[in-house]
Design a protein around this ligand. Structure first.
Ligand SMILES: NC(=O)c1ccc[n+]([C@@H]2O[C@H](COP(=O)([O-])OP(=O)(O)OC[C@H]3O[C@@H](n4cnc5c(N)ncnc54)[C@H](O)[C@@H]3O)[C@@H](O)[C@H]2O)c1
Length: 471
């Protein structure tokens, strides 16, 4: 089998998807590993190191003819188009934000595995690249704050006097946030943290930081992730956080909600209230930012505060970021191979099933399928259903004698039963107030139709029974 390791083409990306340490076992297993020249240089793996591990180093295209392609950032659509049908790709695919890339993978007939779709279950921990890379970014963002802060992080008691420790406030205590807390603690800062998920409080405290109890209602979505806050709850949270932000020497924000734009936790007014020399590092800058006005890749001054929109944070530490990522990729690849080392995709396997983004010319991941299908296709499908429904409804009503319209109610009952089920499902899943209101309206209207239909049908039947009785 020919396994290709690409040189990342996105600006700012310095990681690599396979290192000599993960290439060597593949070569020993009898695979041909082809590495794009220079792919691992920033990660401290030069071409010779790959050659020593048994790989072939190629100047230029490695995709053509590859059975398996290992990458970090999503393949560019043009690159995905060069894949042969049935080729397997493993890497980040950004399915929520890069529909063109997903379509290109689908149209190429590739079987793509997206690292961000690997389920967060115990068995998949060794393949969880979101976690391994968040570890890197959480560590890195504290260093970014520390080098910009014109003060020490730790307490110093010296003959020349006592220097108090810096106060670091971390917002969002997921994997990156917890690593930021741990790193800031190691550097000796006094650390405070806040997260909407109540389960994070104990984790924060176990790291020696103070969990801020803002006295707000707690919110936790499914799978241990946060839910998007309603605007009112988000506003109250910002107001409650404002005094802590104002007192912090360094503010680090890491909050995210899967598949959504990063929540706004800190307004410009809050940043303007921070003291001289303060530093803000927004790890969520690339997905919209937790801090108002932040721009990914830019550092700007907001009154006293230096605000850093962190970009490519994991790539800032390409050696260790790649070491962890390459291992995640190798572990996922191993799951796709049988004992003889041949590709054997078991789509019934929970991890393989969840991580498989495209396969056999189709998008397998349902939420992405709607998006990658293209809005036009989706809109056309909905419009077709609507037009057909109107046509069928019109034909049924128009072609039936008006005296029989009321008995038609019984048929409508069945349809409204389905509508009611759909409305309940939509209401249960929605995360926005507008969705909830519309869902509840749909539930009420469908219920009225359903109950009304049964009542009228019942009366009709009574009427017919009465007639038969009189006869
Ligand atoms: N293998 C596993 O079981 C495994 C591995 C990694 C993470 N996890 C869990 O997954 C969950 C998500 O971790 P993640 O690092 O991917 O999270 P994430 O990157 O999706 O979000 C980062 C943090 O931001 C927080 N957040 C979101 N909106 C917020 C708001 N408005 N205000 C304050 N905080 C807000 C979230 O609660 C989360 O803790 C955690 O519970 C983590 O423990 C499980």
């Amino acid at each position: 089998m020919r396994i290709a390791v690409v040189a990342e083409r996105r600006p700012g990306e310095r990681r690599v998807a396979a290192l000599p340490a993960t290439v060597a076992p593949l070569v020993r297993a009898g695979h041909e590993v082809v590495v794009a020249s220079g792919a691992g240089v920033a990660a401290l793996a030069d071409d010779d190191a790959y050659r020593a591990a048994g790989a072939t180093v190629v100047d230029g295209d490695v995709l053509t003819g590859a059975d398996v392609v290992l990458h970090v950032r999503p393949l560019l659509p043009a690159d995905a188009g060069a894949l042969r049908p049935g080729a397997v790709t493993i890497g980040f695919a950004s399915p929520a934000t890069e529909p063109d890339g997903v379509r290109a993978l689908r149209d190429a007939g590739a079987t793509s595995f997206a690292m961000e779709l690997v389920p967060r279950i115990s068995r998949a921990q060794s393949m969880d690249a979101l976690t391994s890379q968040s570890l890197v970014t959480g560590y890195r963002c504290v260093l970014e704050a520390a080098v910009r802060l014109p003060r020490f992080f730790p307490l110093f008691m010296t003959a020349a006097g006592t220097v108090p420790p810096a106060t670091v406030l971390v917002l969002g205590a997921g994997v990156a946030g917890l690593q930021a807390i741990a790193t800031a603690k190691r550097l000796g800062a006094v650390v405070q943290a806040y997260d909407v998920r109540p389960s994070s409080a104990d984790e924060v405290r176990s790291m020696g930081a103070t969990f801020l109890d803002l006295g707000l209602e707690v919110l936790e979505g499914s799978g241990g992730y946060a839910r998007e806050l309603g605007e009112d709850r988000a506003q109250r949270q910002r107001e409650a956080l404002a005094p802590y932000v104002a007192k912090a020497d360094a503010l680090i924000t890491t909050a995210a909600v899967p598949g959504r734009q990063a929540p706004l936790l800190v307004t410009s007014d809050m940043v303007e209230a921070m003291g001289p020399g303060s530093v803000v590092v927004d790890l969520a800058a690339e997905s919209g930012g937790n801090v108002q006005g932040v721009v990914a890749g830019e550092t700007r001054q907001v009154r006293h505060a230096t605000v850093v929109g962190l970009q490519d944070a994991a790539s800032a530490m390409p050696a260790d970021a790649s070491r962890l990522y390459a291992k995640n990729v190798a572990n996922l690849l191993a799951l796709l191979l049988d004992d003889a080392g041949a590709l054997a995709l078991d789509l019934d396997d929970e991890i393989v099933d969840a991580a498989c983004l495209t396969h056999a010319g189709a998008v397998r991941h349902a939420p992405t399928r709607l998006q990658a299908g293209g809005d036009d296709v989706t809109a056309t499908a909905w419009l077709t259903v609507f037009v057909l429904a109107v046509f069928v409804g019109f034909e049924v009503v128009a072609k039936v004698s008006s005296t029989l319209h009321t008995p038609l109610m019984s048929g409508a009952n069945a349809i409204h039963g389905v509508v009611l089920v759909g409305a309940v499902l939509v209401t249960g899943r929605t995360e926005t107030t507008a969705g909830l209101v519309l869902g509840l309206v749909a539930v009420v209207l469908a219920t009225v139709n359903l109950v009304g239909g049964f009542v009228v049908t019942d009366r009709m039947l009574e009427m017919f029974r009465g007639r038969e009785g009189r006869r």
